[in-house]
Design a protein around this ligand. Structure first.
Ligand SMILES: Cc1cc2nc3c(=O)[nH]c(=O)nc-3n(C[C@H](O)[C@H](O)[C@H](O)COP(=O)(O)O)c2cc1C
Length: 194
């Protein structure tokens, strides 16, 4: 459910372990596009975090929180107040870096076991890689959005950027244009349905 009368907000989650990596650089550009549409944007990061996987204890159903009291519980609290969610990740060995999938699975489990705060949130994944694996990564991450009744707007291409060395994302002009347009579309859609 799109949240109340408060100012609309999109949470962008960086799944890279590199503080100044390509994924973070890309998300900064995405945040700017969202803000141009009058929607707040906040970037969160998994840098320095040690994200555990869901252990299927089902305790989040009663408490609304994960038994592992790490960054995931903080992300959940922020998502509960937000209208959009864009997780971005580097591709590792052809699929999404492990931490982000562990985080998404725990976030999804908390939402589905409780008040389904993800339902009707707008967003979608972004995948960054030097050479290959973005499409599978996007497909893998899209599963989280669809099962949680979230809404993924399109862009002029899939949300992928080619980049290897830190900072090299700037060379993929088409990739940058694609994810900027996607981010603007996330904000525009929130403005339309809220
Ligand atoms: C363990 C590891 C595995 C990687 N696997 C792939 C891969 O399968 N395909 C690819 O194109 N790039 C791969 N890369 C390169 C990163 O996806 C690429 O450098 C990306 O820009 C890193 O994003 P970041 O700067 O935000 O951390 C890999 C890098 C690492 C460290």
């Amino acid at each position: 459910m799109i949240k109340g009368d408060t100012i609309s907000k999109v949470i962008l989650l960086c799944g890279s372990p590199r503080k100044k990596g390509n994924t973070m650089g890309i998300l900064k550009l995405c945040a700017e596009e969202i803000e141009k549409q009058g929607v707040e944007a906040e970037i969160l990061t998994l840098v320095g975090q040690d994200i555990r996987s869901c252990i299927a204890c089902n305790k989040c159903g009663a408490s609304g929180k994960c038994v592992f009291n790490d960054e995931v519980n903080e992300i959940v609290e922020k998502l509960k107040e937000a209208d959009g969610f864009i997780p971005a990740v580097p591709v590792y060995f052809g699929t999404a870096r492990g931490d982000i999938m562990a985080a998404l699975q725990r976030i999804g489990k908390i939402s589905r076991s409780g008040d389904q705060f993800l339902s009707w949130m707008v967003g979608g994944p972004i995948a960054v890689a030097r050479r290959g694996g973005q499409t599978l990564t996007l497909q893998e991450m899209s599963m989280f959005f669809i099962i949680n009744e979230m809404i993924i707007p399109g862009s002029t291409y899939w949300n992928m950027v080619f980049a290897g060395e830190e900072g090299s994302f700037v060379d993929d002009e088409e990739g940058i244009q694609t994810v900027k347009r996607f981010s603007a579309n996330v904000a525009k859609l929130i403005n339309k349905i809220k």
